[in-house]
Design a protein around this ligand. Structure first.
Ligand code: BJW
Ligand code: ZN
Length: 244
């Protein structure tokens, strides 16, 4: 019965997708789970092993930048050899086939780009970029590991990961681009996110308020499963290719 329900939901989403003019997608850690990137919450999640307040806040970085860099160097080592999975590739293919497509991601792993997606908005930054704490210059740096306390080439000050930590505001340009996509889309698909971190968590609801149909693909129910028009329970790497 559950399998039949999933089939019916996929069929409904498939019809909506290929009839849509403008599609927005929001992804979270779940889409990269099948590539081997740990999620944040739930079984095996990063925040089960580590305390977010010790590693993912500006206060943590001021207190102990070496510890925070150790965490990000470890994440770089972990992610570098990983490849996109069929879920990432399916989204890249959908982008090629619909008139307008925006991929909003909370992930910092860069796997959407590796899979061939082009119109990507990275809400929470990128693991492969660093930012100077003084002159704010952002540069790409893929070396692994970075020095314990990496320094800016322009001014010599301490570099930090170019990511958004708790309590920090998202870059206004990035956030505005995401809201433009949400405001203009006729279909939004929310994939592999627990819907706990704002402002991303509310984006599906905002799209729905603006008149878009909203679908979710997640292994588990989320606080929004009953709010969206379609909720598909399953692995994104298995469900997304079925839309093609
Ligand atoms: C699968 C699967 C498979 C598994 N297939 N599915 C309003 C109300 C209350 C609080 C706030 C608020 N506004 C702001 C806040 C504070 C805070 C916040 O939201 N806190 C909540 C926890 C309560 N937000 C912020 O601080 C944000 N800043 C901000 O809004 O500034 C203005 C402001 C500040 C302060 C107060 C008020 C306003 C910034 C948030 C930055 C988040 N940063 C992180 C770290 C990024 C860098 C790094 O990676 O190191 O971003 S935290 C972490 O969570 C990371 C993620 O992008 C983010 C979301 O996680 P995600 O992607 O949802 O992952 P999981 O693990 O939670 O879920 C995985 C899901 O996948 C699960 O559902 C699984 O079932 C599923 N899944 N395998 C499909 N194969
Ligand atoms: Zn600098």
């Amino acid at each position: 019965m559950a399998e039949q329900e999933t089939e019916a939901c996929i069929k409904e989403l498939r019809e909506k997708l290929w009839g849509a003019r403008d599609v927005a997608v929001l992804t979270g850690a779940g889409i990269s789970a099948e590539s081997g990137v740990p999620t944040f919450r739930g079984e095996g999640g990063l925040w089960k092993q580590f305390r977010a307040v010790d590693l993912a806040t500006p206060e943590a970085f001021s207190r102990d930048p070496k510890l925070v860099w150790e965490f990000y160097n470890w994440r770089r080592e972990l992610v570098a050899p990983l490849s996109p999975n069929p879920g990432h590739f399916a989204l890249a293919e959908i982008e090629r086939r619909v008139p307008r497509f925006t991929l909003i991601t909370q992930n910092i792993d860069g796997l959407h780009e590796k899979a061939g997606s082009r119109n990507i908005i990275e809400l929470h930054g990128n693991l492969w970029r660093v930012r100077c704490t003084r002159c704010e210059t952002v540069t790409e740096d893929r070396s692994i590991p970075l020095p314990e306390l990496p320094a800016c080439e322009s001014c010599g000050s301490l570099l930090r990961p170019h990511v958004v930590w708790f309590g920090e505001i998202l870059e206004p340009q990035v956030l505005n681009a995401a809201y433009d996509a949400i405001g203009g889309c006729d279909l939004m698909i929310v994939i592999g996110t627990s819907g706990t971190v704002q402002p991303a968590a509310s984006m599906g609801v905002q799209a729905k308020r603006n008149g878009a149909a909203v679908a979710e693909i997640n292994l588990e129910p989320t606080p929004y499963s009953d709010v969206y028009n379609i909720s598909i329970s399953g692995k994104s790497g298995e469900m997304l290719p079925q839309l093609l």
